[in-house]
Design a protein around this ligand. Structure first.
Ligand code: NAD
Length: 326
């Protein structure tokens, strides 16, 4: 039986990845600081532990897994990674996880390991124009990410690729672009734009209002989680180490994203713009390399995934509504 280790299995993408690997017949071990908040884990073995601890890493990497997926990271939406307040923890925590996991894999002679990097590694100078951002893989250098989160991801990409070169490991690297879907963080300050907007719209009265950080004219693209998992497996099982973008090329403004969510919700609310962290002005995935090399591209439009995600978040808001005062 093939075996896989998913680091960050208690998180959003890791939880979906475990389900997919189980459906393919893998024996799966998950590891995370916490259990999954929104679903029972499908993993055969789930270890609660801190991957910053090298002993824990050696303990969970105790066999030659056929596939290791390293998704654990200290991350969140703009409210967490763009304020600057959490930068030291982000760099220390994620950097330490990556150093430890990779070293334990090398000592256990694991060959194939996937690392989830991010679109946040791309230089800020190529993302100032909301209409034509450049996120082609080869444009990553000269490096100038706009956040320390992005710098750590860039360092860790290089770390994985270097282990591949120096230790003969088959490392695979993908740069995710704004992944969204059910069973992800939707409240608490670490949620990203699609989940935050779904929550705000679900909780607003029809004809009421929601708040949007900035002018809402910054552009992004958003990829539904099932598409991300398919892209991840294609990269992992290919003969190409990457880095590859895994994202959508359907670029929208944040205002348009809010309008699309209102459409699927069947509700209109006013958009009020307030000051807040927004990140770069424009960002879009460039899928030419992954499509030409692996034939992967998203199979569904943004709105299809938004409809499923909105329904899930709407249910969460209803089951988490504070009780009316007596
Ligand atoms: P997530 O926060 O839901 O999952 C990350 C998981 O890592 C969490 O469950 C967290 O508890 C765990 N973790 C953090 N520190 C740990 C530690 N010290 N030991 C063990 N576990 C630890 O995030 P996600 O959206 O599922 O993202 C998965 C990966 O993809 C991350 O590396 C993230 O940086 C990357 N990524 C995600 C997106 C996105 O849009 N979701 C975009 C780009 C890159």
């Amino acid at each position: 039986m093939r075996s896989a280790l998913v680091c960050g299995a208690g998180g959003f993408i890791g939880g979906h990845l475990v389900k997919r690997l189980k459906s393919e017949g893998f024996w799966v071990r998950g590891v995370d600081l916490k259990s999954h908040e929104y679903a029972e884990t499908a993993a055969d073995d789930f270890v609660i532990g801190d991957l910053r601890d090298p002993y824990l890493c050696r303990h969970v990497i105790d066999r030659r897994f056929d596939e290791v997926y390293q998704l654990a990271a200290d991350m969140g939406g703009a409210g967490f990674i763009f304020t600057g307040e959490n930068d030291a923890e982000i760099m220390h925590n994620s950097g330490t996880i990556n150093l430890n996991v990779l070293d334990a894999c090398q000592k256990r002679m694991i060959r194939r390991i996937f690392y989830s990097s991010s679109a946040c590694i791309y230089p800020a100078y190529n993302q100032q124009d909301p209409d034509s951002p450049n996120c082609e893989e080869s444009s990553a250098y000269p490096a100038a990410p706009d956040s320390e989160y992005g710098w750590e991801k860039l360092f860790s990409e290089r770390l994985y690729l270097t282990y591949g070169r120096c230790h003969g490991m088959d490392v695979r690297v993908a740069r995710y672009h704004n992944i969204f879907g059910p069973e992800g963080t939707w409240t608490g300050g670490r949620e990203k734009a699609p989940a935050a907007l779904c929550r705000k719209i679900a909780m607003a009265a029809s004809g009421g209002h929601i708040e949007i950080w900035g002018d809402g004219k910054q552009t992004r693209s958003f990829l539904y989680v099932d598409e991300c998992i398919e892209g991840t497996l294609r990269v992992m099982r290919s003969n190409h180490r990457g880095p590859f973008n895994i994202g959508s090329e359907e670029m929208v403004t944040i205002n348009q994203l809010a309008d699309m969510i209102m459409d699927v919700a069947g509700k209109r609310v006013e958009k009020r713009h307030i000051p807040g962290p927004t990140g770069v002005r424009g960002r879009n995935s460039d899928n030419r390399l992954i499509y030409d090399t692996l034939g992967w591209q998203p199979s569904q439009p943004l709105k299809t995934g938004l409809a499923v995600t909105y329904k899930w978040i709407e249910r969460q808001t209803q089951s988490n509504m504070p009780l009316a005062a007596d």
